[in-house]
Design a protein around this ligand. Sequence first.
Ligand SMILES: NC(=O)c1ccc[n+]([C@@H]2O[C@H](COP(=O)([O-])OP(=O)(O)OC[C@H]3O[C@@H](n4cnc5c(N)ncnc54)[C@H](O)[C@@H]3O)[C@@H](O)[C@H]2O)c1
Length: 387
Amino acid sequence: MRIIVLGGDGYLGWPTAMRFAARGHEVWAIDNYLRRQMALETCSEPLFPSPNLIDRAAIFHSVTGHTVRPVVGDCTDPATMFSLFAEVRPNVVVHYAEQPSAPYSMMGFDTARRTLRNNLEATFNTIWACLERAPDCHIIKLGTMGEYGTPNIDIEEGWLDVSHKGRKDRFLFPRAAGSLYHTTKVLDTDLLWFYVRLYRLRVTDLMQGPVYGISTSEADHDRRLMPNFHYDDIFGTVVNRFLVQAVAGIPLTVYGGGGQTRGYLNLNDTLQCIELAADNPPQPGELRIMNQFTETFSVNELAERVVEAGRSRGLKVAIRAVPNPRQEKEHHYYNPAHSALIDLGLQPNPMTTEVLGEMLDRVREHADRIVVDRILPRVSWNREVSA
Ligand SMILES: NC(=O)c1ccc[n+]([C@@H]2O[C@H](COP(=O)([O-])OP(=O)(O)OC[C@H]3O[C@@H](n4cnc5c(N)ncnc54)[C@H](O)[C@@H]3O)[C@@H](O)[C@H]2O)c1
């Protein structure tokens, strides 16, 4: 297949580009380094530096013989997108090119506006580049489980059958996002659904949970091919923050009551899911939504797992509750369906003590680069506090 990865320099985009290239597909990876720039602007650089997209692609080629074609460009620029799609005529586009941080989107007007414009325009241009230049292209879009929020009923995979006053219909599952970033994902889904209905696009929208892991079969060839590892409060996920705190010898900071439950998955499972989606495209006129996670954990459970992994590596790890900077339910019902990807063939890699232990080993290699000040919350959802 001819595949374009939008956001190909990112945490998920780079491993995805390598995986498809290693499988023999023709791969283009486009990125405008927005993530690197935002990290610099907010003092949130990753734990270890990674070569830029062009250098990574060259290293990957020299180490494996496989080719990822790097493109430095902005997906919010229609001319860039139209000419790329005209040149490539992709069968598949994997759309990761968004501002993915909830705290960044909640810092204030400028970051909120940047998130809104970047994410919506990248999605809008992807839709139109397909319509105008590659109408049969399968769009694989990364959404988030955060689109649903934490409703007091079971979460279905994208759709809800509703009976109302004796009549029945199927609707997008109600969404209730908890940050502006997550709200842009809801809006993305609505945009995609509109154009699927209108112009018979074929779209897979993957409602993904937080991803952890830095080891993939391609990245493991050479340390310079490793994906980004952010551990700060703005771009780091809770798993990465806890692992770095464990290595730094400071308590794991649980936000509030710690009962916030989410669906998580290993980076290798993200790669499986994207491949499965690409290999099994939906029909034209279909918006296929799948919930992409393998296990659910509360924040307290995650902390306990990191304590256990630390113990396996001789680290004594403590846990400390801190005031929650977010507005979210700290104890809630959570039972999302997630069978569609399993039905396609996903074989989950669970979060074992050994998996976390191997991540701890990698973090320890870079322990001298840890800046502990950037792990504690710097952004609050409460405007009075953050002003
Ligand atoms: N990582 C997770 O745990 C997770 C969970 C759920 C959903 N997602 C979604 O998956 C996608 C990828 O996430 P990630 O963790 O790899 O984030 P990331 O920030 O590491 O990667 C996104 C990449 O897209 C690039 N980008 C952003 N806007 C762009 C633009 N206008 N033009 C070109 N490139 C642009 C960035 O520079 C970055 O390299 C995001 O849409 C995110 O919302 C991620």
